[in-house]
Write a protein of this length. Structure first.
Ligand SMILES: C[S@@+](CC[C@H](N)C(=O)[O-])C[C@H]1O[C@@H](n2cnc3c(N)ncnc32)[C@H](O)[C@@H]1O
Length: 234
């Protein structure tokens, strides 16, 4: 009886050992990541074809030292964010550092008051204008401003989207401008921060409250963390 129990215990230990070995192997060779990347690439190509735009590619230089060069996120992730926001007809969606306008094109497919892009790089501005003028299924007006985000007037916006466009120094100035805009124009505003590298600034702001936070990898297509913020009327 004792021998039988010992051999059963031995077999269970062997099984556990092989399972943990498998887990270690999976960590060392994450087979799902290349597959995920491939699926997202294919999905992005389908979206670009469907919308009739070209927002692919990356930049490797920036206009200012605190700026982050152009890159974008998968359509799947953008659409998840936009649906989560449940945009209303009165909303004005502002992409601060809009690049080639991928997010603007997606937001313009919702029926809202206006979609606004701010971009410091002239060539990216031209690409964003080209894309937003021809995007299929546009339901809302789009305007694009070639300017430095820290010098813009934010009074019209209700939802501000930031995919890590710059570092903490510029973000600080932009947040101050958004806050200032509430004094002249009291309203409910929301901020979406993708890849929130300078998140402590928002946490310590004293006027913004985090409403939600998504961790990368928790949903298919989520390649960065995202935090959602809200400010009450001034
Ligand atoms: C990471 S990309 C995000 C692009 C776009 N929002 C998207 O998600 O597809 C950051 C963009 O911010 C722009 N940018 C950087 N600093 C800026 C500034 N001070 N004012 C306006 N745009 C800026 C860059 O040129 C770049 O296009």
């Amino acid at each position: 009886m004792g021998d039988e129990r010992k051999s059963l215990q031995g077999a269970q230990e062997k099984k556990q050992l092989s399972l943990s070995q498998l887990q270690r192997l999976r960590k060392a060779f994450p087979l799902d990541r290349p597959l995920t990347r491939l699926l997202l690439k294919f999905d992005n190509m389908l979206w670009e074809y469907r919308l009739g735009i070209n927002s692919r590619g990356e930049s490797f230089s920036t206009a200012e030292s605190d700026s982050i060069p152009y890159s974008t996120i998968p359509y799947r992730m953008i659409m998840k964010i936009l649906r989560h926001l449940a945009l209303e007809p009165s909303d004005v969606f502002v992409d601060i550092g809009c690049g080639k306008g991928r997010v603007l094109c997606c937001a313009s497919r919702f029926r809202i008051r206006q979609v606004v892009g701010v971009e410091i790089d002239q060539d990216l501005c031209t690409a964003a204008r080209h894309n937003t003028e021809r995007v299929r299924g546009r339901q809302s007006p789009v305007s694009i401003t070639h300017a430095a985000a820290q010098e813009c007037d934010y009074r019209a916006g209700t939802v501000y989207y930031l995919f890590c466009p710059f570092g903490a120094a510029t973000l600080n100035q932009v947040l101050a401008r958004i806050r200032q805009s509430l004094q002249g124009e009291p309203r409910r505003i929301r901020i979406v921060y993708v890849n929130p590298m300078a998140e402590p600034l928002l946490e310590r702001s004293g006027w913004l409250q985090m409403k939600d936070r998504w961790q990368m990898g928790n949903k298919f297509g989520l390649i960065h963390d995202v935090s959602f913020w809200q400010a009450a009327r001034a």
